[in-house]
Design a protein around this ligand. Structure first.
Ligand code: ASP
Ligand code: MG
Length: 424
């Protein structure tokens, strides 16, 4: 049994959906569970819808709902030779359902409301994919992932209840493969014990694929993308990127930790635990080799990888009372940092000072500084970039630091991290 994951870009219009069906047909002898994201930029559009609703901006709410429904209707229109009554009715009902929301007051619990609405993007996309596969006489079945992925009620970033999820999948999902070749389901979504939709965090569909693969003991997972595989740098910051042909689970986890964005970071651990290989492949060129992520570590060091984080700020902390950082202040500091929701990208300390690097997000920083400033002298340096190089050597360091002023460097055996700024 194979698990496939198709992201928003791979289902953004009718010809993309046709291509998905084409890829599925390339593996005729295997059973497949297909996890699909919302089409194109639908999730962003749904986020705007939630904002409009929560601020009682009904005119723009209605307009945005109309637009989303129109977008999907057009895809449906272009997919089928004849009008697909089932899908047209489904989309009409969806529009009515969303319009009805105006009549009820928006819940105090923003994150709860967010998940109930934003999760609909995946419901719509998978309904369309299922209908198209059936039209092509594939033995496909749509399932509601809320019946299988059980989570807590930490809306917008829900945690998976693995035991319950495993139980539900064993009992109710595995048997479906006896009668269907392809099971189509939503990425990104789970449900609480009461059945309310939850989401697993933005870009969480990869993670859904990992969860299903783990619980179904899949042979492999393939994430189909608009790039040829995992690259050794983001082409946005780097020309002459190189594809990583084969890396280990551990290496993929490290790259994700330092900020590589190709795969959702939570995806890999469950696969590693069951030694299920993960392929990252191009949906444009499905026969090309892509990247294989597996337990094999032999090739990790072959290609250096570069991860850039821009718009960073270095924060320096010194106790006002001349106490030492490590002995007297570290736990207090970490407490403040962990409750303020900042993500620390780099840290370093001396006897009397502690430096850390975070992304320059004014709202978060304001709140953090107000807590720090009662006990510490806080200094900042803005306009920095942080580059992480896995499997570095001097040449790779020279390559990224050209015309830069180096503020701080940290090296371990495999990883160099350099905080720097443009020389003015
Ligand atoms: N549709 C969701 C998002 O855009 C989940 C995903 O694409 O993985 O965040
Ligand atoms: Mg998406």
């Amino acid at each position: 049994m194979l698990v496939f994951k198709f992201g928003g870009a791979s289902v953004k219009d009718a010809s993309a959906v046709k291509n998905v069906a084409q890829i599925i047909s390339l593996f005729p002898t295997k059973k497949k569970l297909v996890v699909v994201s919302a089409m194109g930029k639908t999730t962003n559009a749904l986020e705007e819808i939630v904002d409009a609703l929560s601020t009682n901006n009904y005119e723009s709410y209605r307009y945005l709902v109309e637009e989303i429904i129109k977008y999907h209707l057009k895809i449906v229109d272009n997919l089928f030779l004849e009008r697909h009554e089932g899908l047209v009715t489904f989309l009409d009902d969806m529009k009515e359902f969303l319009f009805e929301k105006i009549k009820k007051p928006f819940s105090e619990k923003y994150d709860y409301e967010y998940d109930q609405i934003v999760s609909l993007g995946e419901v719509i996309s998978t309904k369309i994919i299922e209908a198209y596969l059936l039209d092509r006489t594939v033995s496909a079945i749509w399932i509601d992932t809320k019946q299988f992925i059980r989570t807590d009620n930490n809306y917008r970033n829900a945690f998976v209840d693995w035991k319950k999820t495993q139980e539900l999948i064993d009992l109710n999902l595995r048997p479906l493969f006896k009668t269907s070749d392809v099971i189509v389901t939503q990425g990104f979504i789970g449900a609480t014990a009461e059945g309310f939709a939850t989401t697993l965090g933005r870009e969480g569909s990869d993670y859904s694929a990992g969860i299903f693969a783990y619980c179904l003991d899949a042979e492999s997972v393939t994430i189909w993308k608009d790039v040829p595989g995992m690259l050794n740098a983001d082409p946005k910051w780097f020309d002459k990127t190189i594809k990583l042909n084969q890396i280990s689970f551990q290496e993929a986890i490290e790259l994700a930790y330092y900020g590589a964005t190709v795969i959702h970071p939570k995806t890999i651990k469950p696969l590693q635990n069951k030694n299920i290989p993960l392929y990252v492949k191009s949906f444009v060129d499905p026969s090309a080799s892509g990247t294989v992520i597996s337990s094999v570590t032999d090739y990790d060091h072959l290609v250096p990888s570069f991860i850039f984080k821009m718009n960073q700020i270095k924060v320096g902390i010194t106790p006002k009372d001349f106490s030492f950082i490590v002995e007297e202040n570290l736990s207090h500091l970490f407490n403040i940092l962990s409750t303020s929701g900042v993500q620390i990208n780099l840290m370093q300390n001396s006897a009397i000072s502690f430096d850390f690097v975070i992304e320059n997000k004014p709202s978060v920083i304001k709140n953090l500084f107000s807590q720090l400033e009662s006990d510490f002298i806080v200094t900042i340096e803005e306009g920095l970039e942080l580059v992480t190089i896995r499997h570095y050597d001097q040449a790779t360091i020279d390559r990224v630091t050209i015309d830069k002023e180096i503020i701080l460097t940290q090296k371990s055996k495999q990883t160099a991290r350099i905080l720097m700024r443009n020389i003015k």
